[in-house]
Design a protein around this ligand. Structure first.
Ligand code: BGC
Length: 473
């Protein structure tokens, strides 16, 4: 009798497990193509497809001495280890501040026609309400130089850095601080919107929040999930308010304004493990699906057992995007844990080709991400995509395969209008310092010389053959 009951219980558990696992697997099939069977040397993009490269101020300009990152780079952790890998500091970075003219020539050699860069808030508004017109003048000269070279400027208003005065007020931790960012944005818009028609409000709010308030590797290096969601809320609302304000200003109806969303997929490490599935689906919701819901329906909910249970509602969010910027790099494999203080970890898998960052190459992922973000029904620009590859052994394959996937999504009807490669040249990779080599051009940081990497030629070729409509049969 006891044996029979035990058998029955085990059978019920088994069927329960099987139906859940089947459900997860059917809903989220593993996307993996056989690259040996695919023709990846032949695809071309439409003539009007936009080709660009991207950088951000703090990573390339040099001499940013007045923002939260400058402070962070000069602090050490409790265990005496520097905040930045190897004790690096951004310092002179790639000296793009002084070398932008030369850099524009490097862009031209690539064949790109757009340049996405951020303007440094802490330089423009070094103290609250005090604006530095010599800096405005410098950025205007750079914008003019781009236009004279037939490269369209694309401005990002916030790319991870805050002026020290804003950080001291609590930055985006407090909703009452949003107004400072809106004021800065409208000031910058007034200065540049007659020559710049393409604007990104905030770069990757989710990454800023995850790294700064959950992982603790970006300033302010907190580990507080409840605060993290509050900051995310304020940043998303800040985007909406900036969008609304800029649209009412002169040139507001001529320009395109959007936000930049990073998508990293979270996949279960073991596709037969319910906990791995559960944690990865919670992470996909928090990181991607719920922020998308915010723009689609004006509301999103954030839930992680033991950590957060929160909601955002903002009806204006639904009409606050002329486009969406997609930054895509890779995915993470999640191992769920029965441990409330650390409910998951990320693991690498032997079968994957690793980049120099802690994630693998996953070209199919950009196709998936495009399909996901397409749910917003607004034009999409890939505002960042690139690989850290110090030996330059995978860059060419990376570019070919990620662009093949992008091309496939486009041919299937996804409204992707352009692609910006990250990055023009090696630069300061945040907490990883100068150890990561994302540049199409290699930079010798002693001499500031730039040299085209071999692997970058595959991007040049794809742009060339698309512009000249050359399809090799
Ligand atoms: C950021 C860049 C960064 C790049 C590579 C993106 O998340 O916007 O600033 O350098 O990823 O890690």
């Amino acid at each position: 009798m006891l044996k029979k009951i035990l058998f029955l219980v085990l059978t019920i558990i088994y069927w329960f497990w099987l139906s859940i696992i089947l459900g997860y697997n059917i809903k989220n099939p593993e996307l993996k193509w056989d690259w040996n069977q695919l023709e990846t040397q032949n695809f071309i993009f439409p003539e009007n497809f936009i080709w660009g490269i991207a950088t951000s101020a703090h990573q390339v300009e040099g001499n940013n001495l007045n923002n939260n990152w400058y402070l962070f780079e000069n602090q050490i952790k409790k265990n005496n280890i520097p905040n930045i890998y190897n004790g690096d500091r951004s310092g002179l970075a790639s000296n793009h501040w002084n070398l932008y003219d030369k850099d524009i020539q490097l862009m031209k050699k690539l064949g790109v026609d757009h340049y996405r860069f951020s303007i440094e808030w802490s330089k423009i508004e070094p103290e609250q309400g005090v604006f530095d017109y010599t800096i405005i003048d410098h950025y205007q000269k750079k914008i003019d130089a781009l236009i004279n070279n037939k490269i369209t400027p694309v401005i990002t208003l916030h790319h991870f850095t805050n002026p020290i005065w804003f950080e001291e007020k609590g930055a985006f931790e407090k909703s009452e601080n949003i107004k400072y960012f809106v004021d800065f944005s409208s000031f910058a818009f007034k200065q540049f919107s007659s020559s710049v028609l393409f604007w990104c409000t905030i770069n990757e709010p989710m990454v800023y929040v995850y790294e700064g308030y959950f992982n603790g590797v970006f300033p302010p290096a907190k580990k507080d999930p409840v605060l993290a969601i509050k900051v995310l809320k304020n940043m998303l609302n800040a985007h909406v308010l900036v969008y609304k304000r800029l649209k009412t200003m002169t040139n507001g109806n001529k320009v395109k304004i959007g936000m930049v969303k990073n998508i990293f997929q979270f996949d279960p490490l073991n596709r037969l493990n319910i906990l791995d599935w559960y944690m990865s689906s919670l992470l996909n919701d928090i990181f991607t699906n719920e922020p998308i819901n915010f723009f689609k329906n004006g509301r999103s909910s954030f839930f992680m057992p033991g950590f957060v249970n929160d909601q955002i509602v903002n009806d204006d969010a639904k009409s606050s995007l002329d486009f969406i910027g997609l930054n895509y790099y890779s995915r993470f494999h999640v191992k769920g844990k029965i441990n409330l203080s650390e409910p998951f970890i990320f693991k690498t898998r032997k079968q994957d080709i690793q980049t120099d960052m802690n994630y693998p190459m996953y070209p199919e992922g950009i196709y998936k991400a495009l399909k996901t973000i397409d749910k917003l029904n607004v034009p999409i620009y890939i505002t960042e995509n690139g690989i850290a590859d110090s030996t330059d052994s995978n860059r060419a394959i990376f570019i070919n395969q990620y662009l093949y996937s992008t091309n496939k999504a486009l041919r299937e009807g996804v409204d992707v209008k352009g692609y910006f490669y990250w990055s023009l040249m090696d630069n300061f990779e945040w907490a990883k310092g100068y150890s990561m080599k994302f540049g199409l051009y290699e930079v010798d940081f002693k001499t500031q010389e730039r040299k085209l990497r071999d692997g970058s030629k595959s991007l040049i070729n794809i742009i060339k053959r698309s512009k000249n409509k050359i399809q090799i049969k």
